[in-house]
Design a binder for this molecule. Structure first.
Ligand code: F58
Length: 833
């Protein structure tokens, strides 16, 4: 441990423990006005982060300077969500400062882990879509791409979930209560975002008809920047999050008392735009505040991009050469009309030129095939809030419909389906259609998903613009999802094959040959066991539960949704309970079933699932016959940080969605990388995981997409399955007759009703027998540890494809036109001596 006093020049930049220690002390005293004797853990954490920030600042500035000087093409990733989690561990891993900081903390009498745990997650996202955006930022920086995230600095992220009496209750996520030391507010980077008003035609001096957007009201978007360091390559990119503030022109001195109070209330109203993340998952709720948020993000971001562009390049006709803008789902798709408006109304270009620039600059990612999730904004709402944009959308649609006629002839039904504006009682703007028409590439997020969108929801568009559609299978960052969260496994791998895997994940294939190396396999399996014990200790401390670490850790963690079928695992868990009860002395392969996940606050069925899981868990965990055999837990408040603890400890990964409904999934990739076996359907990226690991190394069951379609078409009856499977029938009867809810026997009727009376739309019962069979296979494998860990290792070794580095490289090459930036020497250049 180094306790040497650093030289002056090392202060703020020195990478040794001594310099770091001095900076921590200095921040305690000169930034936080406290000292090491009186500082509490929160203050100490803050000064640690400020010390790390000091070490990012030079690279942060230098990176931006280099991009400017080299006129590097810039990639802007616009997303309403960035599910970042904690930043400290990630920054230390990427800066290669882990040991030094640990030493400095220890020297100052603090335990690093305790300090790290002070950080609250930046939980500015709902689930997979937001986490994907965060993984992408890590990969763009690591690959040395000039990639920038743009989002909203919500005061409140995804709600905190508590479980009371088995029910989910929501609490606000006040993550900024004490501020965040990671964000730098930039008072000079602030833009007006306009709303309301009207579009006024006029004739310019050349006699052209033009439009002005007048009589608007505005709020300001203020930039807050969070550094995004690449893995040990000196690159620090930027995540810019906008905060809404009221117009500075509000002259309070001239108001009388009553007006003064109203004016202050107005400030509140303006600032509400960035108040809270909408907590809905896979359902479109057309609230005006959400539309305001979306335009707030788009408008401020485009102003920022164009200001920067003009400073460097000038001529906007070259925009697509130097700028690529990726819209994460349809949420930022107002970028299409807004860029058109800027180019025409503010820059004076004609329609054709503006359209050419817009389409070539923008691209859009689709994350779902569920029709209820597709955004459709009422025309009336847009007319009021963004009248000029609506006018432009109508014009885009008019020209597009003409093209449809040219292409397909007079096919009225097709025209109706493809129209950006849907007619009917409440005409609305279909944001996905706008995205396909107004961008040059549309991508799905897994091979199966991309095929499906081409065949189903976007079929007409695919027939018209086949070259616009492309697949970009999702990925996860190996830095967070292996190196950081599973250090023992990362270290073992590095000691065997070197550390190139951290940035070239496919190098893990070198582990394939290790399956017959007994010594290695012992270490590999010991790590899993140690991770299970570590999780058990954490769960014991936090929840008071005693996990059986000899059991299969069978884990399903994700948003709670009917299509993800937590209900199927819940039913199976109850069936296991019944098996043990019926035959207490029979041998049983012990299982500990763990669920975690949030239900959208308005999603009654998903919330009932949580209550049911907790009721089944109560029954099981309080029955002495289950001891040493079966346990079931619902861990509250699922988060990125909780995932980092659960995934390394998992034996079994549950990926059991109804085929065709999970666009990709990314949890599936994290589990496989960390050596869990997958039990899953042929859905989303499971299909590609199967291709990579081989069919002997994954347990696939259930209906395929085609079989799902066929079954629904030919007349599915869930009653038949109920009557045919006594085990299934018994559990459903128990749920229905109050066995798990004696205090209120009809409590779960909505659930059994959906399965039986409403004919089980998600085909839980149709897939149940195959699922129970597949679980038998799991039990048999688990009893043969040698075989089990062989399969586990094949999973770790063979999922290199699912690095988000690969995903980003594919976007760079096929969509963003910056493939030439890859391999230009900005990547990590090997481990330090
Ligand atoms: C998810 N979508 C997909 N949406 O469900 C998942 O299969 C995929 O792996 C992931 O995207 C990344 O591509 C998703 O998370 C949302 O949470 C939306 C938030 C905003 C409202 C609509 C749902």
């Amino acid at each position: 441990m180094s306790t040497t006093v650093s030289k002056k020049e090392n202060i703020k930049t020195g990478m040794d423990a001594g310099s770091i220690k001095e900076d921590i002390l200095s921040h305690l005293r000169y930034t936080l006005a406290t000292d090491i004797e009186t500082a509490n853990k929160k203050e100490f954490y803050k000064s640690v982060v400020l010390t790390v920030m000091d070490r990012l600042h030079n690279s942060w500035l230098n990176t931006q300077k280099e991009y400017r000087e080299q006129k590097t093409k810039k990639i802007y990733y616009i997303s309403m969500e960035f599910l970042i989690g904690r930043l400290l561990d990630n920054a230390l891993v990427n800066l290669n400062l882990e040991q030094e900081l640990r030493d400095a903390c220890k020297d100052l009498g603090f335990d690093y882990e305790e300090i790290r745990d002070i950080e609250t997650d930046a939980a500015l996202g709902n689930g997979g879509l937001g986490r994907l955006a965060a993984c992408f930022l890590d990969s763009m920086a690591t690959l040395g791409l000039a990639g920038f995230g743009y989002g909203i600095k919500y005061d409140y992220g995804i709600f905190k979930q508590k479980i009371q009496d088995g029910y989910q209750v929501e609490r606000p996520d006040d993550w900024l209560r004490f501020g965040t030391p990671w964000a730098v507010t930039r008072p000079s980077v602030i833009y007006p975002v306009r709303f309301y008003g009207r579009s006024v035609p006029y004739t310019d001096e050349d006699g052209h008809l033009r439009f002005k957007w007048e009589n608007t009201q505005h709020v300001y978007a203020l930039a807050n920047d969070i550094p995004m360091p690449g893995f040990r390559n000196g690159v620090v990119n930027n995540l810019r999050l906008w905060k809404a503030t009221s117009p500075k022109s509000l002259d309070l001195s001239s108001f009388n008392q009553g007006e003064y109070i109203n004016a202050v209330r107005d400030i509140e109203l303006h600032e509400n735009i960035s108040r809270v993340l909408y907590p809905n998952d896979k359902i479109f709720v057309g609230q005006e505040l959400r539309l305001k948020q979306e335009y707030f993000l788009v408008s401020s971001t485009l102003q920022d991009i164009l200001r920067e562009y003009k400073l460097q390049h000038g001529d906007l006709r070259e925009l697509p050469k130097y700028v690529a803008i990726q819209c994460n789902d349809t949420h930022p798709n107002l970028a299409v009309p807004d860029l058109m408006r800027i180019l025409m109304d503010e820059e004076g270009f004609d329609w054709e030129t503006s359209w050419d620039i817009t389409v070539k600059t923008l691209s859009y990612t689709n994350h779902t095939v569920l029709p209820e999730a597709l955004e459709k904004w009422p025309v009336s709402m847009l007319r009021n809030l963004l009248p000029r944009h609506l006018q432009i959308i109508y014009e885009i649609n008019k020209r597009f419909i003409n093209k449809v006629h040219e292409h397909f002839g007079d096919d009225v039904n097709r025209v109706r389906r493809m129209s950006i504006i849907s007619e009917g009682e409440q005409p609305s703007v279909q944001m996905a259609n706008l995205g396909i028409v107004g961008t040059h590439k549309v991508n799905g997020v897994a091979a199966l998903h991309t095929d499906l969108i081409k065949k189903t929801i976007f079929r007409d568009f695919y027939e018209m613009y086949p070259e616009r559609f492309t697949n970009k299978t999702n990925g996860i960052t190996p830095r967070r999802w292996l190196k950081q969260c599973n250090k023992p496994l990362a270290d073992l791998i590095t000691s065997e094959i070197g550390d190139s895997w951290i940035t070239h994940l496919s190098d893990l294939r070198k582990l394939d040959g290790k399956v017959n190396d007994k010594k290695f396999m012992k270490k590999y399996s010991d790590i899993k066991q140690a991770n299970k014990e570590k999780l058990a200790a954490y769960v014991k401390e936090k929840y008071g539960y005693e996990l059986n670490t000899k059991a299969i850790f069978d884990i399903q963690i994700k948003r709670i949704h009917e299509y993800k079928r937590q209900l199927m695992l819940a039913i199976f868990t109850a069936a296991l309970y019944n098996r043990i009860k019926a035959n207490p002395d029979a041998p049983f392969v012990p299982r500990t079933v763990i669920f975690a996940g949030k239900a959208a606050p308005g999603y009654a069925m998903a919330k009932m699932f949580i209550k049911l899981i907790n009721s089944i868990a109560d029954k099981i965990n309080n029955d002495p016959d289950m001891a040493g055999k079966l346990q079931c837990f619902f861990l509250d408040n699922y988060s990125v940080t909780l995932a980092e603890q659960l995934i390394p400890a998992a034996d079994l990964s549950e990926q059991i969605s109804t085929a065709g409904m999970e666009a990709s999934g990314t949890g599936n990739m994290k589990f496989a990388l960390n050596g869990a076996l997958t039990i899953g359907t042929l859905d989303g990226a499971n299909v590609e995981i199967l291709e990579e690991v081989g069919e002997e190394n994954i347990v696939i069951f259930g209906l395929t997409v085609e079989e799902v379609e066929e079954l629904r078409r030919s007349g599915y009856s869930s009653w038949e399955y109920y009557n045919a499977d006594p085990e299934l029938k018994k559990v459903i009867d128990q749920i229905r007759n109050g066995f798990f809810s004696p205090e209120n026997p009809s409590l779960f009727h909505s659930i059994t009703g959906s399965l039986l009376d409403s004919n089980d739309y998600f085909l839980v019962m149709a897939d149940y027998p195959a699922y129970a069979e597949a679980q038998k296979k799991i039990d048999a494998l688990y009893q043969n540890p040698e075989e089990w860990f062989k399969i586990a290792l094949y999973n770790t070794a063979r999922v290199g494809k699912f690095s988000s580095d690969r995903t980003i490289a594919d976007y760079a090459t096929d969509i963003w036109g910056c493939g030439d930036q890859l391999g230009q020497g900005r990547e990590y250049q090997g481990s330090k001596a």
